[in-house]
Design a protein around this ligand. Structure first.
Ligand SMILES: *[C@@H]1O[C@H](CO)[C@@H](O)[C@H](O)[C@H]1NC(C)=O
Ligand SMILES: *[C@@H]1O[C@H](CO)[C@@H](O)[C@H](O)[C@H]1NC(C)=O
Ligand SMILES: *[C@@H]1O[C@H](CO)[C@@H](O)[C@H](O)[C@H]1NC(C)=O
Ligand SMILES: *[C@@H]1O[C@H](CO)[C@@H](O)[C@H](O)[C@H]1NC(C)=O
Ligand SMILES: *[C@@H]1O[C@H](CO)[C@@H](O)[C@H](O)[C@H]1NC(C)=O
Length: 416
């Protein structure tokens, strides 16, 4: 019923406010000083994260050693990470800003539209690829103000070009932030997400898994506004967007999704990771190095940390999922042995599955090895016994040669 509360609005009135940080920088000297301070703090903090290199470089390596389980995949509730064949992500939290202090100081501002897959740090596409080297990455060109539904349409069109796409498992990760959608009742991010889900359900109804990062509330961005005056100014223009992006609307979207868009072939999981998200704290104050210079997007570092947390959340049962994201390093998570699937509400409640026993062909080499080993052990044993017996016989002969031996007696006799 709630479904009808939000009639589909495919005409999207552009709400893109032509806000140029550059413009603001040249007209507002106070903001200029604050912003310079922000980017130099970010620069210093990035330099201070000496542990980054170790964590980022070992993450994919650690995932490589996750055990693999053979099961029969019979739908969304027993989908393993290695079954995912096509990956796409969309939304402003799937892109990052590069950070180059020299260039930023020269007023050469980055677009903040770098796609996650272009990052040199671990991101979701790279994590899935660890488990399936054949993963197809969908990376559609998008302008920074492309609507969520338009991004989804472009992704769908690209997926449909892939031969056999219907039978392949598709993972589509929706990562909206405050800039996705509009500051209006019908254009807010949650509604855009719902429209995108509906479009996907109509066009890719088979073997599709959608992960949505719920971005209600203020969380990270409220924290950022408090953490630095430049962020406060930069994020001020998104205030109305944040007000519209309410918890209640996301709750309704969740109910609609559960009623209409969860079946054996198509499902949507909404991750609560950012519900009570906040920036990490350093002894000196907030860690701004996970944010880009516009305070709304992530830095390359921040994006990678978030993707790692989404990976963990995806493999965690519903009741255990974190709601308090902090941009910090965490140990990469393997699929749980007890339920080695991407977790859904169904397999979080009951996770029934059976391991496929190894078939004889894969076992054959092991059998042969065991057989060869046993035969050689047996041969060794026989050889050892044989040698021992021979040695005993030899000793016996020697003893006899020196004793009152029949033949020696005979020999003596003969001699005599
Ligand atoms: C996107 O932004 C560009 C300028 O940056 C503008 O020309 C275009 O009309 C915008 N499109 C939409 C749909 O908002
Ligand atoms: C930053 O940009 C400048 C100018 O484009 C370039 O010379 C320099 O190598 C860049 N620094 C890094 C760390 O990429
Ligand atoms: C990977 O993809 C290629 C072509 O798309 C296919 O020939 C090959 O069998 C695939 N490999 C695996 C392990 O699925
Ligand atoms: C979405 O696509 C339609 C048709 O291609 C276009 O007219 C519209 O401006 C786009 N909207 C946005 C916000 O990108
Ligand atoms: C803490 O602040 C001082 C002075 O502002 C600065 O030199 C130092 O690098 C900061 N430390 C961290 C971890 O940000």
């Amino acid at each position: 019923m709630l479904f009808f509360l939000f009639p589909l609005l495919f005409f999207v009135i552009s709400a893109e406010i032509a806000f140029r940080i550059n413009e603001k920088l040249s007209t507002d000297p106070q903001f200029y000083e604050e912003w310079k301070d922000l980017i130099s703090i970010q620069d210093r903090q990035m330099g201070d994260h000496s542990e980054d290199l170790f964590h980022f470089s070992s993450l994919l390596h650690q995932l490589k050693s996750c055990p693999s389980v053979r099961t029969l995949s019979d739908g969304v509730n027993s989908l393993r990470v290695e079954d995912v064949a096509i990956y796409a992500d969309l939304g402003h939290l799937s892109t990052y800003c590069t950070h180059n202090l020299t260039r930023l100081n020269n007023g050469d501002l980055d677009s903040c539209g770098h796609h996650s897959s272009s990052s040199s740090l671990p991101t979701l596409d790279k994590m899935f690829r660890v488990f399936n080297s054949n993963l197809t990455l969908i990376n559609v060109h998008r302008s920074h103000n492309e609507s969520f539904v338009n991004q989804t349409k472009a992704i769908t069109a690209r997926i449909k070009e892939i031969p056999g796409n219907e039978d392949k498992w598709k993972m589509i990760v929706m990562l909206p932030n405050i800039q996705d959608g509009e500051a209006s009742e019908t254009g807010q991010a949650a509604i855009e997400v719902l429209q995108a889900i509906e479009y996907l359900n109509d066009n890719l109804p088979r073997n599709t898994f959608i992960l949505v990062l719920k971005s209600s509330g203020k969380g990270i961005w409220r924290d950022a506004s408090h953490a630095h005056s430049a962020c406060l100014t930069l994020l001020d223009r998104w205030k109305k967007f944040v007000d519209y992006n309410s918890e209640e609307v996301w709750d309704q979207v969740k109910i609609i999704v559960e009623k209409n868009f969860q079946n054996q072939q198509f499902t949507v999981e909404i991750l609560p990771l950012l519900n009570e998200g906040a920036l990490a704290q350093l002894p000196n104050g907030s860690d701004l190095s996970s944010l880009g210079f516009d305070c709304a997007h992530w830095s390359e570092r921040g994006l990678s940390l978030l993707h790692g947390a989404i990976w963990t959340s995806m493999l965690t049962s519903l009741s255990m999922r974190s709601k308090e994201y902090r941009p910090l390093h965490s140990t990469p998570k393997c699929p749980e042995p007890r339920c080695p699937f991407i977790r859904t509400s169904a397999n979080s409640a009951v996770c029934l599955w059976s391991k496929i026993e190894e078939d004889p062909f894969t076992l054959a080499p092991q059998f042969i090895a065991v057989a060869i080993l046993s035969v050689s052990a047996l041969l060794c044993f026989i050889l050892v016994i044989f040698l021992c017996l021979r040695k005993d016989k030899g000793q016996l002969k020697k003893e006899k040669a020196f004793g009152s031996n029949f033949s020696s007696i005979k020999f003596i006799d003969d001699d005599a």
